[in-house]
Design a protein around this ligand. Structure first.
Ligand code: NDP
Length: 394
């Protein structure tokens, strides 16, 4: 890598975005000097302007066009370019950069992830929903553009770090904390509030992924993401509950060796790994893992009865034909409705399962989508069907 590493951070106002900006500001011996090209957000203009000024970005883009005037005034005199709207977002993602951090949440991140890949950058991928919905298409695009897909999700990053002999892999083992409702009863979950669902025991994250962790749909999406990223069938990907979130995932080889990556739950570690790949950069001043202090690590199998999302994800990825897109779209709509207190917590997985079933009944044996347009069409169908199922207006 050259002296200065040019990085764009998509979703800069989010939880991943904040950690990526923090990593980019690291100044110490052995750390690359990062130069921030683009930062983006959806609606939060003030936070975006503050981040852009602090990082001395070249351009700041707000997806919501109504925010353009406010962004331009907030950046006046800073020398930072302001832009707004979907096309500006795609243009920013495709600007010349060495690394693009894809930190937008949901399938809304797919167009920019694609633009970053087409630019041939190292794409530090947090936006798992784009991989879930278009994994095969994105991998083909990356091959063509010579782009590297570098997972930021701590589990996939862990696997990426220890996957030195893909041809000898017996299975991948994704660890899961179990989320805030790991030991909750069905009746406790039935009355769970968004605040309770978002109170993750180990990680501080955005609202959508926090709810996904509580339903365990997050682990289901991660399972699909892992299948596409590492080209391993669902049947060879296991999920293991590990409440302390110290072992971030494991790879079991066919000689009986199992390699794991460990660390304290801090997203800056996987983010820095992806941002400095193929090097590894120091993160000074952070608490280090002390296993003697932790004393013990616990493991158990997941409970598929209380957390049906994992089973749904397995069935979606093994059926293929766009089923993961449908599951993801239904889940995004249901999670948003739960966060707006329009549906209960258990309804999220219930309705995602119903919509997936309707799709699989009508589209069995269908080939995988071969274009991004087909991906967006299926996503639209799933969203509409979920709203109908929930009897909610769009
Ligand atoms: P947040 O909700 O904290 O942040 C999301 C970011 O995306 C914000 O900058 C937001 O802007 C922007 N955004 C939201 N919707 C749109 C849109 N329609 N168009 C453009 N930008 C949009 O999410 P997280 O940082 O928690 O998660 C981001 C992604 O990373 C998710 O896919 C998640 O699954 C994944 N991930 C997150 C981890 C974490 O620790 N948080 C860990 C592993 C993976 P605004 O602020 O204006 O709304």
């Amino acid at each position: 890598m050259s002296d200065r590493v040019r990085v764009s951070i998509l979703g800069a106002t989010g939880s991943v975005g904040a950690s990526a900006l923090d990593v980019a500001s690291t100044q110490c011996e052995g750390a690359p000097a990062f130069e921030v090209v683009a930062v983006t957000a959806n609606t939060r203009v003030d936070e975006l302007a503050r981040a852009a000024i602090k990082a001395r970005a070249k351009v700041a883009v707000i997806a919501d066009e109504a925010g353009y005037g406010a962004l331009k005034s907030a950046l006046a005199g800073s020398g930072i370019e302001a832009a707004a709207g979907g096309n500006a977002l795609i243009e920013a993602a495709g600007r010349d950069a060495d690394v693009v951090v894809a930190g937008i949440v949901g399938i809304a991140g797919l167009p920019t992830t694609l633009a970053a890949i087409r630019q041939g950058a190292n794409v530090a991928l947090a936006n798992k929903e784009s991989m879930v919905c278009a994994g095969a298409l994105l991998r083909a695009e990356a091959r063509e553009a010579g782009a590297n897909l570098l997972p930021i999700d701590s589990e996939h990053n862990a696997i990426f770090q220890v996957l030195d002999r893909p041809e000898r892999v017996d299975k991948l083992i994704l660890t899961a904390s179990g989320g805030p409702f790991r030991s909750a009863s069905m009746s406790e979950m039935a009355s769970a509030t968004p605040e309770q669902a978002c109170a993750h025991p180990n990680w501080s994250m955005g609202a959508k992924i926090s709810v996904d962790s509580a339903t365990m749909m997050n682990k289901g999406l991660e399972l699909i993401e892992a299948a596409y990223l590492f080209d391993v069938p669902e049947s060879r990907i296991e999920v293991l509950i590990h409440p302390q979130s110290i072992i971030h995932s494991l790879v079991a080889y066919d000689d009986g060796s199992v390699l794991a990556q460990l660390g304290l739950p801090d997203m800056r570690t996987p983010i820095s790994y992806a941002m400095s790949w193929p090097s590894r950069m120091p993160l000074p001043g952070r608490e280090r893992l002390d296993l003697a202090k932790i004393g013990r690590l616990d493991f158990s199998p997941p409970d598929n009865q209380r957390f049906p999302a994992l089973r749904l994800a397995r069935s979606a990825v093994s059926e293929g034909g766009g089923a993961p897109i449908v599951l993801n779209g239904a889940n995004e709509v249901a999670v948003a409705a739960f966060l707006q207190r329009r549906i209960g917590f258990l309804t999220i997985s219930e309705v995602a399962g119903q919509v997936l079933e309707v799709f699989l009944n009508g589209h069995s044996g269908r080939p995988d989508p071969s274009t991004f347009e087909e991906v967006y069409d299926l996503d639209r169908w799933a969203r509409q069907r979920t709203l109908e199922q929930l009897r909610l207006a769009a």
